[in-house]
Design a protein around this ligand. Structure first.
Ligand code: F6P
Length: 366
């Protein structure tokens, strides 16, 4: 495999803090080593629509601290199944547009692609790896659910944001002797809720990986009240559900490769607390606030390490790898590793014991 002369870089899927930091690191590192860089706008959508422009040193200067992505992104542009029309019933008709993308890759003389995104973006890149284009993936998402890496960039910032928000909820909870239930993102993984829950001293943490019982939550709230606690904070992951019950679906987006949008469990938990205890409860959904803003220092460092590793792999003539953090080492795995899998919290995750040891309830009996 030869060293690329010109590479394309894109950001795909939902935005998260640190996308610009990775774009900056990849672009500067590549330019430093004499490799030209083109930015592909709005993820794979820009590849489909041929919106590709050169990036120079100035284009990526001053963006390390800026949230979002200067290139834009899309979570609805799978090159193999792109919605191009609707049928007689109004249902979307999907077409394989990989060949069109390949034509644009060739037109711009791109020898390699750096695809910054989550599992959907890694999977979306498959047609190009199969066609012989060198592809390097860089794993992002606030959810930290990409299989093959211990950490995605963006996650630590989201945990910081969620922790700060929960800290603020303590004021009202304590002043009004209430239970405050805060809903955090994460899809089917509870990493944000677990880490922010521990960091904020939440009394109850509800995770998708551990179906809960309303009776056990009510018992934990009542027990605290009887001990004289003035408030209870419940951190609930959007994907959490009662044992034997279903996740709460907020919306279904048929055009998205991942159509389910979760949301609404906090309202139900707060209502059940009020119904089952003598404690007043309120709920807050933190939502997209968790995805915005400047990356925290750890994320800025991680993004710069990830970007450097991506260009190093390309300079070594390697391809079809996803950059990963294993332990504290930046390394790489096969880019197909995350396909069809999610990195959820395993039952033996040490943080679970850490939380239990400080009397955190997971809303399960016993
Ligand atoms: O994957 C990141 C994420 O923010 C999830 O935590 C959340 O479930 C989802 O994206 C929300 O998607 P959207 O921005 O399309 O509403």
């Amino acid at each position: 495999m030869s060293i690329p002369r010109r590479i394309g870089v894109l950001t795909g899927g939902g935005d998260c803090p640190g996308l610009n930091a990775v774009l900056r690191a990849v672009t500067k590192d590549a330019l430093f080593h004499g490799i030209e860089v083109c930015g592909i706008e709005d993820g794979f959508l820009g590849l489909i629509e041929n919106r590709i422009r050169p990036l120079d040193y100035e284009s990526v200067s001053g963006i390390l601290t800026v949230g979002g992505t200067i290139l834009g992104t899309s979570n609805k542009a799978n090159p193999r199944a792109f919605p191009t029309s609707t049928d007689a019933d109004g249902n979307p008709v999907f077409e394989d547009l990989s060949d069109r993308c390949m034509a644009h890759i060739e037109q711009h003389g791109l020898d390699a692609l750096v695809c910054i995104g989550g599992d959907g973006t890694m999977t979306g890149a498959h047609p190009f790896t199969e066609a012989g284009v060198s592809v390097i993936g860089v794993p992002k998402t606030i959810d930290n659910d990409v299989f093959g890496t211990d950490l995605t960039f963006g996650h630590l910032t989201a945990v910081d944001t969620a922790t700060e928000a929960i800290d603020r909820l303590h004021s009202t909870a304590l002043s009004h002797h209430r239970a405050m239930v805060v809903e955090l993102m994460g899809r089917n993984a509870g990493w944000i809720a677990l880490s922010a829950g521990i960091a904020s001293g939440s009394d109850v943490i509800l995770l998708p990986e551990m179906p809960f019982s309303y009776a056990a939550i009510a018992e934990a709230v009542e027990r605290r009240r009887q001990r004289g606690a003035r408030a209870t904070i419940v951190a609930v992951a959007e994907g959490a559900r009662p044992a034997g019950g279903a996740q709460v679906v907020r919306d279904v987006d048929p055009l998205s490769p991942d159509p389910i949008r979760l949301g609404g469990i906090a309202r139900q938990v707060a209502a059940e607390i009020e119904a089952r205890t003598s404690v007043e409860a309120r709920h807050v959904v933190l939502g997209h606030l968790q995805r915005g803003g400047t990356p925290c220092a750890e994320d800025r460092v991680l993004c710069t390490r990830f970007g450097h590793h991506a260009t190093t792999l390309l300079r070594e003539g390697r391809s079809n790898r996803m950059v990963a953090l294993v332990g504290n080492q930046v390394t790489d795995v096969d880019i197909r590793t995350p396909a069809g899998r999610q990195r959820t919290i395993p039952p033996d995750e040490p943080l679970l014991d850490v939380a239990r040891a400080v009397y955190t309830s997971f809303g399960v009996p016993g």
